[in-house]
Design a protein around this ligand. Structure first.
Ligand SMILES: C[S@@+](CC[C@H](N)C(=O)[O-])C[C@H]1O[C@@H](n2cnc3c(N)ncnc32)[C@H](O)[C@@H]1O
Length: 212
């Protein structure tokens, strides 16, 4: 349990970092010169998770510029195994190339894509990252479609649960955090790994789920 003053200061810093300073901070972060829309604290946590769990397959929903895909592919290369498939309904132009990365242009919840990812994940240590449409309706569909593909011991990461006032972007409306509330009522296979939020600011509060 964090002391209230630490929780309060962390929330205020999170709001400043996200809103006021956003154009100089997370909105312009780059990995190997490709834009990546993540908080650096979370990127640090990701490389720890990859080293510990050594996934053979990462399914990423939400590519945008492909900076996060390139980051994961590079980390997999350092570990000497694995591939990432990144799915986006409308990716940006000029995506990076990497031998361990593949891009698919489609909706993450299209039945044929879910079927393709289900087949691809068979027999592989699989990790899933949900970072596409952050509306509650969409995230709960993704959770229902992809949670079962995650290998026990591996992670299902639900990105951007910080929006809708948790503690930023109050006006967003129901998002990932609200989808997670629904998900946890219907699925007992995952535990929230709060140790992954130890840097006090994470864009993914309650979003690091480890399959039991
Ligand atoms: C937050 S960005 C992804 C950021 C990227 N993962 C990163 O860390 O840099 C969200 C992306 O989700 C995509 N998207 C929105 N709806 C989608 C859907 N139904 N299926 C797949 N991708 C979707 C958007 O086109 C956008 O590029």
């Amino acid at each position: 349990m964090r002391r209230p003053i630490i929780a309060w200061v962390s929330r205020q810093f999170h709001r400043i970092y996200y809103h006021w300073a956003g154009p100089q901070t997370w909105e312009v972060n780059q990995f190997l010169s490709v834009k990546v829309l993540k908080c650096p604290f979370d990127l640090w946590i990701y490389q720890e998770i990859l080293f510990e769990t050594k996934p053979e397959l990462i399914i990423e929903c939400g590519t945008f510029n492909g900076g996060s895909t390139l980051y994961f592919a590079t980390m997999l290369d350092i570990l000497g195994q694995g591939e990432i498939v990144s799915i986006d309904i409308s990716p940006q132009e000029g995506l990076p190339t990497h031998p361990r990365a593949r891009f698919i242009k489609a909706s993450s919840v299209a039945p044929e894509i879910v079927a393709e990812m289900t087949a691809l994940s068979q027999g592989k240590r699989t990790m899933v990252i949900l970072d596409s449409d952050h509306s509650c309706d969409h995230v709960i569909k993704e959770l229902r479609a992809y949670a079962g593909l995650v290998t026990p011991g591996c992670y299902l990461v639900v990105e951007d649960g910080n929006i809708n006032g948790h503690p930023v972007f109050r006006k967003h409306g129901p998002g990932p955090t609200e989808a997670l509330e629904i998900f946890h009522r219907e699925n007992r296979d995952f535990e929230v790994d709060q140790s992954r939020e130890r840097h006090l600011v994470s864009f993914n509060p309650g979003g690091y789920l480890r399959r039991k």
